[in-house]
Design a protein around this ligand. Structure first.
Ligand SMILES: [Zn+2]
Length: 828
């Protein structure tokens, strides 16, 4: 559903122009502000500037960027607007950037050959007076440590090129395969390896806890998701928004010149290999905008804005006093810690791994248990600072520090990594470390309970993913995400949503072995080899437009097991006679024609009414020859079954006002109007743009375009009408297929010479033979005008073309028209 490019489709139409003008105005305003501010960065102005740009983009996308419009409108959080505008949240427009970067890897999850990856040990429990056992360094740990069980590169999987493995940032422990590493003690643990186990009795360590910045403004300040700014923010300050921020070349529409009249992607943005700086250049001769920025530059420049936000962010999170924490690790532990260490061992987690991840026990108040318990603590660290703690109570309940920022668990382990594995729980991260993977993060809250059905996330739902935004500085430059969530429904939904937001082109997903719910279960039941196997066989997320048949398995299965009621065979038209020849299949295009006054539009109206009543479908109507009140009358008459007026065209009594209102209510629920208010004729692209919005907003299943002849058919010089019609129908079909919407396209036949009342053919449509070639169904509605041949109310629905042989066949079913209420009934 991400191909919506309303901006493109609207191009050339008045309203599209209007929208773009609005966008340009907004951007110009933003640029003016920028100019006035100059280099002295005023936080308010910066915020206004950013909002202005976000709005400009949202306007530009004009409803097609589903996230953009909805979120900008629905939420006052500028961050959310940023997220939407930046493409982070999968906003509709494809910047065309980044796709290549995500795919340059070999498509496999290659573990560190030595079972290690970059990333420091969690140091928050270490410090002076630290007992000895805790100080054993990972690379010197006994054989139970991860690297002891780590294998050589996976079967059939080439080891990652050395330069990939060695590309660890400064300050990150990087362990070559052999010999055992010497002398690179992890930061902030200077005394760790000098301590001995001879200390004898255990005492609560005095850990070094780096808290997040003090909150100067107290609790009244609004919570705001933030996190350290990344290159993304620095680029956004320049009005540059990319689809992804992986190192390499990206191309977007230049925000300065807007890509000229053709909207070309003239701005080349190059992100340096370290992901920390970028340079850009517009290649349009009359623009040539060039520049550069960096993460650091942004941090300095906007200290005022973001520093304040960060300080305000946390409403006094009550992070534990280090003295209250009891360490878990090899050697002496408190009874409570010993108990939890047994639990960890039973889950296949070694104490070394537990310790490296900073696990501890705290006697703390448990909101779920309404009392004090010895809870297992998972520290959430970022850049060595304790940000949050996830507690696990003895009763398998979970809670976190109130008011603390939501971030990913294990974030510091992926600093500088190109490849990151995402799991659904802290235990899964530990399990993967046992299997040799340290470049793993866990989402903080597991999978949201209910499976998303494609509806727009509400702002509250959206907050469930705020940790992604908070960690953007760390995640932006990652080339490859291996998503290894649980194999249940919520887990799959989580993986879909993560991929949508992170960009599917850089996401792969893991399938756990049969009978294993997650990484921890796979480790316990199947062992490390199976876990590695599962990760190495991670499959790419389906990229837009690139599929395997297996991805359609459920549809293909149900097509095979199809019953007559199945939608794939099309839904019933409501007329038995018609159903034998024509059923309405979602995603198809039906061209309807007929001589003037044959009732072709009327028949399609009746069909839509049947579908709305019987199947609950809703529709977008672009009916250019109908006045709104006329069209309402025709539709309500069909629904109510009584005439609107009395005596005008029937003797039946007119519907009473209540029926009319009931009818109007129904009409309102099932039909939306696409109306062109300007003098100019609407273009097909303009209609399709609005129809896309109607799919998102109203869930329409059908679109009526009536008639073809009333549309704007200006075509580029040199293009023949045949080519034009062909391309136009292709666009309509693409829309229909993509959104599973059935489109009826009504077209008048060309002037018929010496017409004697006979039924025209599809080839008589003015335009070209492409109508017949491109449509899925071709129907000619014809009314008998010769009393000698039968009833004048008899209408033939001449099904002249059916592409889908399962859905119907050509034929000439007949209906009878009821003048009083506009309904059609089967002729028996
Ligand atoms: Zn430019």
């Amino acid at each position: 559903m991400r191909t919506s490019t309303i901006g493109d489709d609207a191009r050339g139409s008045q309203s599209g122009v209007r929208r773009r003008r609005g966008a340009r105005r907004a951007r110009r305003a933003a640029v003016r502000i920028h100019a006035r501010v100059g280099d002295s960065v005023n936080s308010e102005t910066m915020a206004a500037l950013r909002t202005g740009r976000a709005l400009a983009r949202a306007l530009e996308r004009a409803g097609g960027g589903r996230g953009a419009i909805e979120r900008c409108g629905g939420s006052s959080r500028t961050r959310a607007a940023h997220a939407a505008a930046s493409g982070w949240a999968g906003s509709g427009r494809d910047d065309g950037a980044g796709g290549g970067d995500g795919r340059r890897r070999d498509g496999r999850a290659a573990p560190r050959a030595d079972g290690q990856s970059g990333g420091t040990n969690v140091q928050w429990l270490r410090g002076q007076g630290m007992p000895a056992q805790g100080g054993v360094r990972q690379d010197q740990a006994p054989s139970s440590a991860p690297r002891g069980v780590a294998p050589a590169p996976l079967r059939g999987t080439p080891a990652p090129p050395p330069q990939q493995r060695q590309r660890a940032p400064q300050g990150v422990t990087q362990t070559p395969r052999s010999p055992p590493q010497q002398g690179r003690s992890p930061p902030r643990a200077p005394s760790a390896e000098n301590t001995t186990s001879a200390t004898g009795h255990f005492s609560t360590p005095a850990p070094v806890v780096h808290r997040s910045r003090p909150d100067a403004e107290g609790e009244y300040a609004a919570q705001e998701s933030t996190g350290p700014p990344g290159l993304r923010d620095a680029l956004m300050d320049q009005g540059i928004v990319l689809q992804s921020y992986t190192p390499g070349q990206h191309r977007i529409i230049c925000p300065t010149c807007n890509g000229g009249s053709t909207g070309e992607r003239s701005l080349a943005v190059h992100i340096e290999d370290d992901g920390k700086s970028a340079a850009w250049c517009c290649h349009r001769a009359n623009c040539e905008w060039t520049g550069g920025t960096s993460k650091e530059g942004r941090q300095r420049a906007s200290k005022g804005a973001d520093g304040a936000a960060s300080n305000r962010r946390v409403a006094k999170p009550k992070l534990p006093d280090p003295a209250d924490l009891q360490r878990i690790g090899p050697g002496n532990m408190t009874p409570a810690a010993t108990k939890w260490s047994e639990f960890l061992k039973s889950r296949g987690i070694s104490l070394e791994v537990a310790e490296r991840n900073g696990l501890a026990v705290q006697n703390v108040y448990s909101p779920p248990a309404s009392g004090y318990v010895d809870a297992l603590c998972f520290p959430y660290m970022r850049d060595g600072e304790l940000i949050n703690i996830k507690y696990r109570g003895p009763d398998k309940s979970f809670w976190q520090v109130k008011g603390a920022e939501k971030i990913l668990y294990g974030l510091d382990d992926v600093a500088g990594e190109e490849e990151v594995i995402i799991v659904e729980g802290e235990m899964d991260k530990l399990a993967l470390e046992m299997a040799g993977f340290r470049n793993v993060v866990s989402v903080p809250d597991g999978a949201p309970g209910k499976v998303k059905d494609g509806a727009l996330p509400s702002p509250e739902d959206d907050r469930k993913y705020e940790y992604l935004w908070n960690c953007r500085a760390q995640l932006d430059t990652i080339s490859r995400f291996v998503i290894a969530t649980d194999s249940d429904g919520p887990g799959r939904a989580l993986s879909e949503e993560l991929a949508r937001r992170l960009g599917k082109e850089r996401c792969w997903r893991v399938t756990w072995p049969e009978g294993c719910k997650d990484a921890n279960e796979a480790l316990q039941k199947e062992g490390v080899e199976t876990v590695r196997e599962s990760l190495s066989t991670a499959e790419g997320f389906p990229l837009r437009g690139l599929f395997r048949f297996s991805e359609f398995a459920p549809e293909i299965e149900s097509y095979f097991n199809m019953t007559t009621a199945n939608e794939l065979r099309g839904v019933s038209t409501g007329w038995r006679n018609i159903d034998n020849h024509y059923r309405v299949v979602p995603g198809e295009l039906t061209v309807v024609t007929g001589v003037p006054n044959s009732g072709k539009s009327e028949w399609v109206d009746a069909l839509m009414c049947n579908l709305a009543v019987q199947h609950g479908w809703s529709f977008a109507l672009c009916s250019l020859e109908n006045k709104v009140h006329e069209h309402a009358r025709k539709l309500v008459e069909k629904y109510v079954g009584e005439p609107w007026f009395e005596g005008k065209y029937s003797k039946a009594p007119r519907m009473n006002p209540d029926s009319m209102r009931t009818g109007m209510k129904w009409l309102n629920e099932h039909f939306v109007l696409i109306r062109h208010e300007d003098d100019e004729l609407p273009s097909v692209d303009w209609i399709l743009g609005l129809a896309r919005a109607a799919v998102l907003r109203h869930g329409i299943r059908g679109l009526l375009i009536d008639p073809y002849n009333e549309l704007d058919h200006k075509r580029p010089t040199g293009q023949t009408e045949t080519e034009y019609v062909s391309q136009m129908l292709t666009r309509i079909k693409r829309f229909a297929q993509h959104y599973d919407v059935h489109v009826w396209f009504v077209a008048h036949p060309r002037q018929l010479h010496n017409w004697k009342g006979e039924c025209p053919g599809l080839y008589d449509i003015s335009g070209s033979a492409h109508f017949i070639n491109k449509c899925d169904n071709g129907i000619v509605v014809h009314r008998n005008r010769d009393e000698k041949l039968g009833s004048l109310r008899e209408v033939t629905v001449n099904v002249q073309k059916v592409r889908n042989k399962v859905a119907g066949s050509i034929g000439e079913p007949k209906l009878e028209y009821n003048v009083a209420n506009g309904r059609y009934v089967d002729v028996v």
